[in-house]
Every structure is written in structure tokens, then in C-alpha cells.
Design a protein. Sequence first.
Length: 97
Amino acid sequence: MRNTVIVAAMAALFSLPLQAAEPAPLSQGEVRKIDVGAQKITLRHGPIASIGMPPMTMVFEVEKPELLEGVSAGEKVNFQVQQQGSRYIVTELQVVK
Ligand SMILES: [Cu+2]
């Protein structure tokens, strides 16, 4: 809450649009494994600036199973991830054609 107020004050001060209104840029990855039942996806991903994560291969949760539709292992994807405590949740997933 306090941070929100500070960010809002700074945005007003510099007449910039609020960062919160804009989603973080998508991160790049390659699909290693998909588990639709468990709503999980294993990605070899590049750096994720929004959560300060270096490149690695790891398992993510997906916000909803529909995100995994039409996605296969081996495909390159752009994705958005949100950190909730120790959970990393993919909220957007696009196959790179
Ligand atoms: Cu990671």
C-alpha cells in the first residue's frame, strides 16, 4: 500500500503513466514439458526482469488450463509470469510462430 502511494506520487510528479497500468514485457522461453492435469508447464526460460530471475529451466504453474491449449513441448513461447510467495504462475502464454 505504501509503495503504491509512493509510485503514484512519483508518477504524478513526473507526469508519467502509472507503471501498474502497463503489463510487464513478455519473457521468452522454450517448452520442455506440459502437464495439463496438474496445470503445470516446464520452461527453459531467458531472464525474467519483472521478478528478477536469471535464465534457467523450471516448472511453472499456469493460471488456467486453457493457457496450455495448442502448446507443445519444443515450441518457443512468450509468456508472462507472476510471483506469489514461492509460487510462479504463468498468466499469459503465446506460441511464437
Ligand atoms: Cu526460473
